[in-house]
Design a protein around this ligand. Structure first.
Ligand code: DGL
Length: 271
């Protein structure tokens, strides 16, 4: 295959459901010429409370689907998948760049923090996996990582309660223990949390927030350049969205996450 044909292939982005569209949104802004194929496992979401074994099996199915779409790179947009199944993805796609939100978020946190006390909020599976702490400590062993699982936040965001009193109270409660630890940086370690940025800022005005969707898009741009995979074709990018179910209100919620119309949306059965 010629160089140009390889460069024109899409980037495969995947998530447990709708949340990964925050990463697609950041990719569209940072890399407007790149074609994107998205897969969201909406039939089996949420992953955030599931075991490693189950998530690995689901991940295998998703990655097989995306490899069948002839992608040139993979972006793990889901923190929970990145936390427990990244090795599986690397094994399945050894010859292409694989980016993920945890690596990008950890690097950004270390660049942002002055006192190296870093807070991480995420799903229960991500927190229990210790993946953020491992990634941060591999670069800065002296850093302190304070993690807090926030399982109620995903449903609140999906309900659209982005500025609701209940969400304010929930965030205040979750942040209390980690704010007591003198952190100066907070990693939004879940696809849904970038939508709560304004509200978290109100509850913790002195913290620097790390939005891993933006940092992952930046890391993807760097990887594509390094691998000579940047799409030179400027005639307009193609976006395709695949999901394992199209639940009620999916389009509306999805467009909220993506910040624009979803366009080509198709259901595919996995497994
Ligand atoms: N996408 C998941 C994450 O970033 C959140 C939703 C879920 O639990 O599946 O961790």
């Amino acid at each position: 295959m010629g160089m140009m044909a390889r460069q024109q292939k899409p980037i495969g982005v995947f998530d447990s459901g709708v949340g990964g569209l925050t990463v697609v949104r950041a990719l569209m802004e940072r890399l407007p010429n790149e074609n994107i194929v998205y897969f969201g496992d909406t039939a089996r979401v949420p992953y955030g409370m599931k075991s490693r074994d189950t998530i690995e099996t689901y991940t295998e199915e998703i990655v097989s689907f995306l490899l069948g779409q002839d992608v040139k790179a993979l972006v793990i947009a889901c923190n929970t998948i990145a936390a427990v199944a990244k090795q599986k993805v690397l094994q399945m796609a050894p010859s292409m760049p694989v980016l993920d939100v945890i690596k990008a978020g950890s690097e950004a946190a270390l660049q942002t923090s002055h006192n190296r006390h870093i807070g991480v909020i995420a799903t229960s599976t991500t927190v229990n996996s210790n993946a953020y702490a491992r990634e941060i400590h591999s670069r800065a062993p002296e850093a302190r990582v304070l993690s807090q699982a926030c399982p109620l936040l995903v449903p609140l965001v999906e309900e659209g309660w982005l500025d609701h009193e209940v969400t304010h109270l929930t965030i205040r409660e979750y942040l209390k223990p980690i704010l007591a630890e003198d952190i100066d940086t907070l990693v939004l370690g879940c696809t849904h949390y970038p939508l709560l940025k304004a509200l978290i800022k109100q509850e913790a005005p002195d913290l620097s927030l790390v939005d891993s969707s933006v940092t992952t898009a930046e890391a993807t741009a760097i990887a594509l350049t390094q691998h000579h995979l940047v799409n030179p074709d400027h005639s307009g990018a193609d976006y395709r969205f695949y999901v394992s179910d199209i639940p009620l209100r999916f389009r509306t919620i999805g467009e909220h996450f993506l910040g624009r119309s979803l366009g080509h949306l198709e259901r595919v059965a996995l497994g």
